[in-house]
Design a protein. Structure first.
Length: 638
């Protein structure tokens, strides 16, 4: 029942694809060198292509499934199996194929999508440059139209324009989606994407293209990352992916989006699936580490109360519970928030008529979720490693490889700090559009509408304001802290305070004559804080929605306790803010800490059930510590 609930809308896809991937022999990569690891990952990618499951995210007109939500689910399952395979698949079908699908037109779709889906044409997504990582608008690679030959000339003016860290470039890629400043006689039109061959069918590097290998990395060594430079490389005019910007044979530029800035963000917005899949895949890897650590803690014994007493199971120690169970609770919270993000993305991308505001809100939510999910993954896997002691440091027990592979997730598909700023700016845009100069009651109304949604069932802005003012007066007992409406109101209030105070700071700075760059610099940390509070509330909201969908009373009770543990752990983490702003008393924060201990004890008997709910196949959990301890105990009893 728990497994089905966690599977969500795409539970059947998860089950079917998991069974298909289980049939693919995944190499034991622990002792492979880089070259062998890359070969094994390419073979696994080709085997995955033969299942046909990768087609789900592509246009039905070209043999796809037209199901964006299912396509992200595929990447989440791959992440449980092998993170190098997941990333290589993400480059091939998510970034390379996804860019052609989203930015190209029928001529590109007809020619390329089928061989891309079948992995007959391996490709790259070349956006990031050495000199401009997250600042894509200022990339320096150029694509200049030559009307004499009806071609674009793609050129890297210097080493800062080198395309860096490009997946599939070092070995396997033949065609690259290259982002470059589009130049015609009329001027520069901003970044656009073009298809540039980098190798011929025999694997030889194309003339004018320089490919270098990034070499061995801290993790994900099954992915062949490389660097690309272009020296006056000519491609036909039709190589331009021209959905949002086209050049005719006379060299005249046209676009359905007039503003160059808006056009740029529209193009990047179509690629939002990448961030959604990274968030979900990070969650999958976190679940794998937790499955190993919790199961180990459930059988590993250490220390005894007396000479003749049996040693105590690690998970029976309150300190061990405090180490792992709040991490497990937050993983559940992020899982349900990811489910909600997936639903929104699917609905936006399958809508008959695109809605610009919904697209912007999706991009903002995806940016914030990617940041929180990958930060949590990095921290959680470290906690799991430590919880397994020295055994967790052995490569054979899988956690160190997960830690190495996950480390880069915090900076690829957008550095987390930059993405959190994007989420914050999106929140402030909503604030300006809906609030303007409204008073406090008006601001609270905005929060009720934009943040709380249907979960808290707020009848009016004034009723919400009244409830927030009552927060500090609640009695310091565990039951009051586990009231879901109170939790939602508390998190919403934190967001409201941070957003409104940020708005006042921006208004004051503007009145004092500061320019936009100065204002941005002065308020950057405040933006990050407000964005994080906002996304934390969305995470809680997603958990509350999922609990409301559960029908079995026992499941509702279990998930409710997990949610409470997540909430109290978040309150404890940010206790200084709640105290400084008089949202909680010292007595209440002490009760929060006691409540966490009580919830850990309450959930201890269900710890194994909670990690088994992740439905990770046993053959993907190869850590010997999961089996050796049971064998040792059985031998001792004999």
């Amino acid at each position: 029942m728990l497994q089905r609930h966690l599977g969500g809308r795409w539970a059947d896809i998860r089950a079917t694809f998991t069974d298909q991937i289980r049939q693919i022999p995944l190499s034991d990569t622990e002792n492979l060198d880089t070259a062998e690891h890359r070969v094994a990952t390419l073979q696994a990618l080709q085997a995955t292509a033969r299942t046909g499951i990768q087609r789900l995210g592509f246009d039905e007109k070209y043999g796809g499934g037209g199901d964006p939500g299912a396509s992200i689910t595929v990447f989440e399952i791959l992440a449980q199996a092998d993170l190098s395979l997941m990333v290589k698949a993400g480059v091939q079908w998510g970034l390379f194929g996804g860019a052609i699908n989203a930015l190209g037109t029928d001529v590109h779709h007809e020619k390329y999508l089928r061989p891309i889906m079948d992995a007959d044409l391996i490709g790259c997504f070349a956006m990031t440059e050495t000199g401009h990582g997250s600042d894509v608008q200022r990339i320096r690679t150029t694509a200049t139209y030559d009307p004499a030959t009806d071609e674009f000339v793609v050129h890297s003016p210097d080493s800062s324009a080198r395309k860096d860290y490009i997946g599939n470039a070092a070995n396997d890629g033949r065609l690259a989606v290259v982002f470059a400043q589009l130049v015609t006689a009329a001027g520069v039109h901003g970044p656009h994407a073009l298809l540039v061959p980098i190798r011929d069918e025999a694997g030889a590097t194309m003339q004018g293209v320089t490919i270098t290998d990034c070499g061995r990395k801290g993790g994900l060594n099954g992915v062949d990352n490389g660097r690309l430079m272009f020296s006056q490389v000519r491609v036909p005019r039709q190589a331009l992916l021209n959905r949002y910007g086209a050049v005719d044979e006379k060299g005249e530029y046209s676009s359905p989006v007039e503003s160059s800035s808006r056009r740029f963000f529209t193009m990047l917005g179509t690629l939002v699936r990448g961030r959604v899949s990274v968030a979900g895949s990070a969650g999958s890897a976190t679940k794998k580490a937790l499955a190993i650590a919790v199961r180990y803690g459930d059988v590993r014994r250490q220390f005894a109360a007396g000479a003749d007493a049996e040693e105590t199971v690690l998970l029976d120690y309150p300190a061990y519970q405090r180490t792992l169970l709040p991490v497990l609770a937050r993983t559940y919270a992020l899982h349900f928030a990811q489910d909600e993000l997936l639903r929104i993305m699917h609905e936006v991308q399958t809508a008959a008529e695109p809605d610009e505001q919904q697209q912007r809100e999706l991009e903002s939510r995806a940016a914030g979720m990617k940041a929180l999910a990958t930060w949590h993954a990095s921290e959680a896997v470290s906690v799991c490693r430590e919880a397994c002691g020295g055994a967790g440091y052995l490569a054979e027990n899988q956690i160190t490889q997960l830690k190495a592979d996950l480390d880069v997730f915090t900076t690829f598909e957008g550095a987390n700090t930059v993405l959190l700023q994007l989420a914050g700016k999106g929140l402030m845009t909503q604030y300006r559009e809906h609030v303007g100069d409204l008073d406090t009651v008006g601001m609270v109304g905005f929060i009720a509408e934009q943040v709380l949604g249907d979960v808290a069932e707020i009848t009016s802005a004034r009723s919400l304001l009244q409830r927030i003012r009552m927060i500090g007066g609640r009695e310091s007992d565990s039951a009051s802290l586990r009231d879901r409406d109170w939790q939602l109101a508390l998190f919403a209030d934190r967001t409201e305070h941070l957003v409104s105070s940020l708005g006042r700071r921006i208004q004051k700075a503007a009145k004092d004559g500061a320019d936009s760059e100065t204002i941005s610099s002065r308020t950057q940390n405040h933006v990050l804080r407000a964005a994080r509070a906002h996304v934390e509330h969305l995470v809680l909201q997603g958990f509350a929605v999922s609990i409301a969908k559960a029908e079995d009373p026992d499941l509702v009770a279990l998930l409710g306790a997990v949610c409470d543990l997540h909430v109290l752990s978040e309150i404890e983490r940010d206790a200084a803010w709640f105290l400084e702003h008089d949202r909680l008393t010292v007595s209440q924060t002490k009760t929060v800490s006691l409540g966490i201990d009580q919830l850990c004890a309450e959930l201890r008997p269900h710890a194994r059930l909670l990690v088994d709910g992740f439905s990770i196949p046993e053959e993907w959990l190869t850590a010997p510590i999961l089996f050796e301890e049971r064998e040792r105990q059985a031998s001792a009893r004999c």
